[in-house]
Structure formats: structure tokens, C-alpha cells
Design a protein around this ligand. Structure first.
Ligand SMILES: *Cc1c(COP(=O)(O)O)cnc(C)c1O
Length: 523
């Protein structure tokens, strides 16, 4: 029987993972098999007892419900157990390292959570009169100050709700700036081949066509190709720095100079700001607009697709076009200017209802204040140190995509080292689940064959990194020793085995339909 590095069997569960016994109920060890809440609950059960309502008359007429509402009812302990069991079927940053590259899955300090739950922040409503929420406005102002200071930029739009939303905000500001100059001939946005998919998607969404810039052998923007593609039809260039290969764009100042000389603006994708925060100010590099993923760099939770926050810092050239609302210092203190008038007359529009993600602002600000400027600098240094440690400790077994020199916050490997083993990047990543680790980012960036992109982040200790590296080394050795079977069917020990993820994403089954009652079924 083949075992994983912590001595658990890795062959399929039906015959050996349960020690030769197949579970009779689908539950395994102390892990309960769990049905849908709709399948478990009965509408005549409840966790609370309420007296019958005394309302007898209603004015709903024909719309009055005649059948039971059909919501599942469970007792309180059943409810608790249901959700706790579900929560244990997936991985979480609170369980172990989450090595996804590009996404920056770092620990979210509990202090941030405590601050975000303060009643003065958590219990206010966007429709409250502004005069009743001066503290919230001041926090937004201070957060804006830190973001501007850390990036060396004069303005920031706080409202975008994710990195991709920030990109949209930045490119709309750029479009507005061109239009204000009467320069409407620019129809193209330049994007490097290694870009995150949201970059070309944003440009296309705004109505630009996308032209790719080639990459050099050493994983950076090809300056000659950039120069050849810049012209009077180019509105902007979108470059990620450090880029998605985990490398600093050495020629960034020259990239900015060439871009500006061609009359275009420089959008920097700032998703990787955690690698340089406190060390480099993008404003000094010639950047015109950059989003900052608060849910990456500043440790606010990603939470299942939201709520994130993607504030966009803007250069002098773009500041006037920032979306409303604007936080304005006036004689009565801070106010949110909601309309494109006065100081905000040039605003291109707005990105969201109200003021953005207050809870994320509080968490990010708490993170900044608890680290201080020296602590934030150390965030960048430790993030880079940790990634280089991973790279150095795995490079004898796995092949780094760009072996020359150190990396920034991410260690990128290709699949050259798997050649001839019969194991693919996907197989390897799935086998990591059997070892208790979430897989790294796979097959991204697309410019690297069979890419495996690992971002440990600064919140991992050396001990945690060593555990992770130990598991990867054991797997890499197993792959090279010809134990392909362990990889092909992996994960063997997860609640779900290998899924058709494309099908699951394209055709998710989101609806539960009750079984037809016997009387109906008979008809
Ligand atoms: C995460 C990421 C984005 C998009 O950010 P979201 O907050 O997920 O919308 C864009 N570019 C890069 C390089 C990223 O890593």
C-alpha cells in the first residue's frame, strides 16, 4: 500500500484507505457524510419556538401562500453541526498554508476583525446623514492618506470592490482623460503576454482592442516590442509589477517614459504590491493608475469572491477624473461629494453605490496601523524572503521557470522536471491535497509550460514553510521514482475525488428540487 509522507494510505478509499473496510454510511473516520440541508430538514421542525402570530387579516389577496413555504427546519444543534461539517470539507487559510500564487492568501489578523466589528463601523448605514458618521469618513480619509503615501500618488478612488473593478476604474479614468483632451483616436491597450486575464478583459470591456507585448527570455516586458507597438492609436499600457512570473520589471521607468512619450497612460496592475510595499513607490516609477487589492496586500479576507476592495491610486494627470463620491475637506469637516460638481466636476461617473466596502477599509487600516511604516516594509521583505526560500529549497528537484537571480514574492516552476514521469502539473497539484495542502496556482502564467506558481506570503513561519516544502519534496521524489499511480487518481483522501472542474464551473447545479410527492408522481 503506498503511503503519503505522513503515513496515510494513498490508494483509493474503497479498498484500502479505510484499512480494507468500506464505510457503510459514507462517513469516514470522524468526518461525517453530510446531506443537503433540504434533504435533512423537515418544515415542521425548528430551533426556536414562537407563539402563533396574532395577525388574522392580510391584504395580499390572491397572493397569500396556501402551501407550506418548504424551508428546511433543523434543531439548533443540528444546524450547528451541519454548517461546521460543511466548513470542514474545504481548505481554509486558518487550517494551513494556502500557496496560491497571484492571489496572496495571507493570514487575516484577528485584530482587524475586532476593529471591523466595532459598532461605530459595523452598525452604521450608508443612508445615514453624513453628519452622524464623521468617524467613518475620517477612517476613509486616513486610509486614503496611507494608500497615497505608500504609493507616492496624489489621489485615490476608494470605491472599486475588487482588483478587476479597480482596473475598470483606472481604464475609465484614462479614457476620460483622453476624451477631455479631445483625443479620441486611441483605440488600443497594450498588455504583456504574461498578464492576468482581468487586464485584457478590462480593456475589452471598456471598448479598447488589446494588443499583446512580447516577453523576453528572462520573463520581462520586451522593450523593443513595446516600442514598436506604441503609437498614436495606443490609449494605455497595462503592466503588472512585480509581474505574474514573480519578477520585478527592471525597465519599468523606461516603460513609463516610452508610454508617456507616445501620449499613452501607464496602468500598473498592483495586485502584487505586497512584494514592494514600503520599499518602492509606484508614483516614483511613472505609474498613472494602479489598483491595490486590500484583500491581498492589506490582509482583508477574500471571502468566496467578495467582498474585496480594490482602491485605485491616480497620478496628477488622472486625479481630476476620479469617480464620485469624493471625500472633500470643507469648513464643516469631511463630506462625501456625491455629484460631479465643484471639485469633483471632472469625475467620469461612479463605480458603485454609496462609498465602497467599509468593513474592508477598517480591516486594511487596522493592518497598516498595527504594522506601522517599518512593519509594512518588513511585510515586503519577508514575503520576498519566504518565496526565495521555497525556490531555493525546491530547485534541486523541480525546475524553476526563471532560474537566474532571486524572485520577488512568488516562486514559479515549470513542468520540465516531470518529463517522462507520466505525472502532469494537475496530477501533482491534486496529490498535494492528500498531503494536507491546498495546491499552488496551476498553469498560470500561461507563458510558462505547466506552470506551478507558489506564493507563501510573509505570514508563514519557517516551520510552516518547512512542512510544506517537506511534503512537496516527498511528492517530487515519488513522481521521479515512478509512483505515477499515486498521482493519477489523486486526491484519494479528500471528501471529493477528482472532479470535472470545467463542467462544475460551467454547469453548476445550484437548485435543489424536492422529490415529487407520491400522489403527484402517480399521475
Ligand atoms: C488577483 C489579481 C487581479 C484581480 O483582482 P481581484 O480582486 O481578484 O478582482 C488582477 N491582477 C492580478 C495580477 C491579480 O493577481
Amino acid at each position: 500500500m503506498s503511503m503519503n509522507s505522513v503515513g496515510r494510505p494513498t490508494t483509493p478509499q474503497a479498498d484500502t484507505a479505510t484499512g480494507g473496510f468500506a464505510s457503510l454510511t459514507g462517513a469516514k473516520g470522524l468526518v461525517q457524510d453530510e446531506a443537503l440541508i433540504f434533504e435533512m430538514g423537515g418544515w415542521n421542525k425548528t430551533g426556536v419556538d414562537l407563539p402563533d402570530a396574532s395577525i388574522h387579516a392580510d391584504d395580499l389577496g390572491d397572493l397569500v401562500r396556501t402551501a407550506p413555504i418548504g424551508l428546511p427546519g433543523l434543531s439548533e444543534p443540528e444546524t450547528m453541526r451541519h454548517y461546521v461539517r460543511l466548513s470542514q470539507k474545504n481548505h481554509a487559510i486558518d487550517l494551513a498554508l494556502y500557496p496560491l500564487g497571484s492571489c496572496t492568501m495571507k493570514h487575516n489578523p484577528r485584530l482587524n476583525e475586532k476593529m471591523a466589528r466595532l459598532a461605530g463601523f459595523a452598525d452604521i448605514h450608508p443612508l445615514q446623514p453624513q453628519s452622524t458618521v464623521p468617524g467613518a469618513l475620517e477612517l476613509m480619509d486616513r486610509l486614503a492618506h496611507w494608500l497615497k503615501t505608500l504609493t507616492g500618488m496624489p489621489a485615490v478612488a476608494l470605491t472599486p470592490k475588487a482588483g478587476a473593478h479597480g482596473e475598470l476604474c483606472g481604464i475609465l479614468s484614462i479614457k476620460a482623460a483622453h476624451e477631455a483632451k479631445g483625443d479620441t483616436a486611441r483605440k488600443v491597450v497594450l498588455v504583456p503576454t504574461s498578464a492576468h486575464g482581468t487586464n485584457p478583459a478590462t480593456a475589452a470591456f471598456v471598448g479598447y482592442s488589446v494588443r499583446e507585448i512580447a516577453q523576453t527570455e528572462d520573463g520581462r516586458v520586451d522593450l523593443a516590442d513595446l516600442e514598436a507597438k506604441l503609437g498614436p492609436d495606443v490609449a494605455a499600457i497595462m503592466v503588472t509589477n512585480p509581474n505574474t512570473c514573480g519578477l520585478f520589471e527592471r525597465d519599468i521607468v523606461e516603460i513609463a517614459r516610452l508610454t508617456h512619450a507616445a501620449g499613452a497612460y501607464f496602468y500598473c496592475d498592483g495586485a502584487n504590491f505586497n512584494a514592494i510595499v514600503g520599499r518602492v513607490r509606484p508614483g516614483d516609477l511613472g505609474v498613472d493608475a494602479m489598483h491595490i487589492n486590500l484583500h491581498k496586500t492589506f490582509s482583508t479576507p477574500h471571502g468566496g469572491g467578495g467582498p474585496g476592495a480594490g482602491p485605485v491610486v491616480l497620478s496628477e494627470a488622472l486625479a481630476a477624473y476620479a469617480p464620485t463620491p469624493w471625500l472633500v475637506h470643507g469648513p464643516d469637516g469631511l463630506t462625501l461629494q456625491e455629484d460631479a460638481i465643484g471639485e469633483a466636476a471632472g469625475a467620469f461617473g461612479r463605480m458603485s453605490a454609496f462609498h465602497g466596502q467599509m468593513g474592508m477599509y477598517v480591516r486594511a487600516y487596522a493592518y497598516m496601523r498595527s504594522h506601522g511604516s517599518d512593519g509594512l516594509r518588513q511585510v515586503a521583505e519577508d514575503a520576498v524572503l519566504n518565496a526565495n526560500y521555497v525556490k531555493a529549497r525546491l530547485s534541486d528537484l523541480m525546475t524553476p521557470a526563471f532560474p537566474e537571480g532571486p524572485c520577488m514574492h512568488e516562486a514559479l516552476f515549470d513542468d520540465a522536471w516531470l518529463e517522462g514521469t507520466g505525472v502532469t502539473t494537475l496530477d501533482f497539484a491534486k496529490a498535494m491535497i492528500d498531503e494536507g495542502f491546498h495546491p499552488m496556482t496551476m498553469y498560470f502564467p500561461l507563458v510558462v509550460h505547466g506552470a506551478m506558481l507558489i506564493e507563501p506570503t510573509e505570514t508563514e513561519s519557517k516551520q510552516e514553510l518547512d512542512r510544506f516544502i517537506g511534503a512537496l519534496r516527498a511528492l517530487a521524489e515519488a513522481a521521479k521514482a515512478g509512483d505515477a499511480d499515486r498521482f493519477k487518481g489523486a486526491p484519494h483522501l479528500a471528501p471529493m475525488r477528482r472532479l470535472d472542474e470545467t463542467l462544475a464551473a460551467r454547469k453548476p447545479r445550484l437548485r435543489w428540487k424536492p422529490e415529487a410527492p407520491a400522489s403527484l408522481a402517480a399521475e
